[in-house]
Ligand binder design. Structure first.
Ligand SMILES: O=P(O)(O)OC[C@H]1O[C@H](OP(=O)(O)OP(=O)(O)O)[C@H](O)[C@@H]1O
Ligand code: HPA
Ligand SMILES: [Mg+2]
Length: 167
């Protein structure tokens, strides 16, 4: 595991935590849409944005949910961000009234790309690192740049040696 983890710190997020933090994100966004406070639709940046987007859409009672697929990482290695699948163009327009949701912003390259396509959209993430902050309009928790966030969909419960049993 250590050879796969070059970062100094790991921030492990449980399902319960991501649920609470995504709810907090929804409550922060409630009433801040451009149309009498309402949002037209939620767009999840797949795949990591899908669970938070579902929770936000549920809390805000938004039934129109679409996805944009952006691939930026191979495991923990950054690659050029590319759009693999776009949301409905007629619905998106310039992004006005659209809530774009992702699990986190790290370097900001993913949001930079999506923002360039839909400049009027509102960009929300559950977690944010300092380099990506200029790209995100609303987020819940900031972690340091050298922290790697581990999400529950990438983890599993497993046995650990007792503390006194370790060498
Ligand atoms: O701010 P950035 O440096 O661009 O990084 C943030 C993005 O990277 C991760 O997605 P990834 O491309 O790994 O795809 P996934 O959501 O399918 O895991 C994460 O879910 C964000 O979408
Ligand atoms: O800290 C992170 N955790 C999970 N996926 C990520 N993609 C970019 N940064 C991260
Ligand atoms: Mg992602």
């Amino acid at each position: 595991m250590t050879e796969f983890l070059p970062h100094e710190k790991g921030f492990h997020v449980s399902w319960d935590q991501i649920h609470r933090d995504s709810r907090a994100l929804a409550w922060r966004l409630d009433g801040h849409g451009p149309d009498d406070g309402a949002w037209k639709a939620v767009v999840a940046i797949t795949r990591g944005g899908m669970a938070p987007a579902m929770i936000v859409a549920r809390e805000l009672d938004i039934r129109t949910v679409d996805t944009i697929s952006v691939k930026s990482y191979d495991n923990q290695d950054r690659t050029e961000a590319v759009v693999l699948k776009s949301p409905d163009a007629a619905m998106m327009g310039d992004g006005s009234g659209i809530l774009v949701v992702d699990d986190l912003v790290d370097s900001g390259k993913t949001l930079e790309l999506v923002r360039s396509l839909y400049p009027k959209a509102h960009f929300a993430t559950v977690y944010a690192k300092p380099s990506g902050r200029p790209q995100v309009d609303t987020f819940i928790t900031e972690v340091s740049q050298d922290t790697w966030i581990f999400f529950p969909w990438d983890m599993a419960l497993q046995y650990v040696q007792p503390y006194r049993g370790k060498d």
